[in-house]
Write a protein that binds this ligand. Structure first.
Ligand code: ADP
Ligand code: MG
Length: 272
């Protein structure tokens, strides 16, 4: 065809299910030397399930779950949606929340029945994610959630090894115990856990070279912005991640990341 190589590769990337936002992105992504994956919603399904609810101080687990669901109701986060779903599945009465606020990389907070309710990360050492439920700063219980690895996660990491020689990183706000379990099962050995959104930016900057970041969440937006190439998960990704990214995985196929790098390299061979 007479189409310029970069435009032809943008069309090709589209066939692989990646929407590339500009020719400049298509050109530069071939320079990728480091790939960094977010964990939750990127390497994992992003559909965690509540597996355990514990209550403290004479409360009932159902009360803990109902309060958590109340404050998570407006949340876009997969953990929040899982908690809301679990409460609905159990037929619990869920109150309304006022002054809802997301605490990116940490949790959510709001007012329920005049009391401040917060659901946030804990330092529990588990391969599941454990969040604490607090009323007026006192912990009333804990909820454990488990998220399945995506079927194509290990394959996506392996294929990246074929197109780049640099390291593959895992970036997560979650606990080291959860992160190393996911990393071991996907073949990643460079794990960065306990990261706040700004910490992800720092790790990307310190990695050096052209870093491609793949993420789905509001908490990933700063890292997607700081990346040489930011790639957002389109299907269940947060709007902010999709808007901030340079390219979007519109079909639910993580192996497309390697295809994107390979297509850019091919196009550049003809440009140069
Ligand atoms: P990841 O980087 O793996 O996508 P996040 O940075 O979004 O994870 O979240 C980091 C941690 O903060 C979670 O593991 C959880 O403990 C806590 N957290 C974040 N958002 C919420 C939420 N809506 N409800 C409860 N906990 C949350
Ligand atoms: Mg995420």
């Amino acid at each position: 065809s007479t189409m310029p190589p970069l435009l032809a590769s943008i069309a090709n990337a589209g066939r692989h299910g990646v929407l590339v936002k500009s020719a400049a992105v298509m050109e530069s992504v071939g320079r990728t030397s480091v790939v960094a994956f977010d964990k939750t919603g990127t390497l994992t399904e992003g559909r965690p399930q509540v597996v355990d609810v514990t209550a403290l101080g004479g409360r009932e687990p159902s009360e803990v779950l109902a309060l958590a669901a109340a404050v998570e109701h407006p949340s876009e986060h997969p953990l929040g949606r899982a908690i809301v779903t679990a409460a609905a599945d159990r037929g619990l009465d869920v109150a309304a929340v006022d002054d809802f606020r997301a605490l990116p990389g940490r949790g959510v907070t709001g007012t329920v029945g005049g009391r401040r309710v917060t659901v946030e990360r804990t330092l529990a050492d588990s391969t599941g994610t454990v969040v604490g439920v607090l009323v007026d700063d006192r912990e009333i219980g804990r909820i454990e959630l488990v998220d399945r690895l995506r079927d194509d996660a290990a394959e996506a990491v392996r294929l990246i090894g074929d197109v780049t020689s640099g390291p593959v990183l895992l970036l997560t706000g979650d606990r080291p115990s959860v992160a190393t379990d996911v990393a071991a099962r996907t073949g990643i050995d460079d794990v960065h856990a306990d990261l706040l959104p700004e910490d992800k930016v720092r790790v990307v900057a310190e990695a050096g070279g052209h870093v491609l970041v793949v993420g789905d969440g509001i908490n990933d937006a700063p890292a997607l912005m700081a990346a040489g190439t930011g790639v957002a998960m389109g299907r269940r990704g947060a709007d902010l991640a999709v808007q901030t990214a340079d390219a979007i995985i519109v079909r639910d196929d993580l192996t497309a990341v390697a295809a994107l790098i390979r297509l850019s390299r091919l196009a550049r061979r003809y440009v140069i």
